[in-house]
Design a protein around this ligand. Structure first.
Ligand code: ATP
Ligand code: TYD
Length: 233
């Protein structure tokens, strides 16, 4: 298969000479702080591939379409090849990370309503914060595509919050990416403990990549816990 891109967490291949489909290969590599911290999380690729596949299936069952076609192997997923929006959408239910810092508050405060943030996807620039006027002024995407992506991001929030709550976890925040296929905005990339913050509802223990970012130990166990929960979908 022709490799078209290798990122920090995944490798993209064109599927079987069909440029409309991609195979995403999930690696064990882990990075944090815009690539300054590097490491390996054993079996992360397998866990994240399975977790993403299960969550895309759950979302589909609730009417949210994504790039997901099927899980091909332990580390590989078949997806539709999309024209990606160069924007990351972050949805937050509780304060954590950069939001807690920005607002000068503790982590773990429940927000009155979800916060939606947008960042320009650029490793060189460190994914800077942008808003709708930047998107229009720099022609990063069509305003209606961005509106649709935000709408989907909030609909995803209701479904995932409920799912994790029923399984003992709080969905603190997460990052989504979207792409366009035949004029339709579709959810893409991955939904995993690399891109979500999940806390144990009772102990508030972190069950996500913050264990790696902050050297908390028990990293593999955290990914395995999310894998176990989502494998029941
Ligand atoms: P980042 O943290 O900015 O996502 P990265 O590029 O290193 O960095 P990876 O997850 O390793 O992240 O790479 C996956 C790449 O594939 C991302 O650039 C993502 O936008 C892109 N991508 C995800 N889904 C699709 C898709 N369906 N079609 C085309 N590109 C996709
Ligand atoms: P954020 O608090 O902005 O990140 P940090 O703690 O690194 O300052 O992140 C919010 C959520 O979005 C968190 O679950 C991680 C996820 N995220 C990504 O997956 N990729 C990214 O590039 C960013 C900025 C956030």
């Amino acid at each position: 298969m022709k490799k078209i891109y290798e990122g920090k967490a995944k490798i993209l291949y064109v599927y079987d000479n069909d440029e409309t489909k991609l195979v995403t290969y999930f690696k064990d590599d882990a990075t944090a702080f815009n690539g300054q911290k590097k490491g390996t999380i054993m079996q992360k690729g397998e866990f994240n591939n399975a977790i993403s596949a299960s969550l895309f299936k759950l979302l589909k069952s609730k009417g949210i379409e994504s790039h997901f076609i099927e899980k091909l192997s332990e580390r590989e997923m078949l997806v539709h090849h999309l024209k990606m929006l160069p924007v990351e959408f972050i949805v937050r239910n509780y304060t954590a990370g950069s939001l807690a810092k920005k607002m000068g508050v503790e982590e773990g405060i429940k927000l009155i309503s979800p916060v939606v943030e947008m960042c320009f996807k650029s490793d060189e620039l460190g994914d800077p914060f942008i808003n709708d006027t930047y998107i229009k002024a720099f022609d990063l995407a069509k305003p209606e595509e961005v509106e649709e992506a935000k709408k989907i991001a909030l609909a995803v929030n209701e479904i995932l919050k409920d799912f994790f709550d029923k399984n003992g976890l709080m969905l603190v925040d997460y990052k989504l990416e979207f792409g366009v296929l035949n004029g339709k905005v579709l959810l893409a990339d991955e939904i995993t403990p690399d891109t979500m913050r999940l806390w144990d509802k009772v102990t508030l223990e972190k069950v996500d990549k913050d264990r790696f970012r902050r050297d908390l130990g028990g990293v593999e166990e955290a990914y395995k816990r999310v894998y176990d929960i989502t494998s029941s979908i």
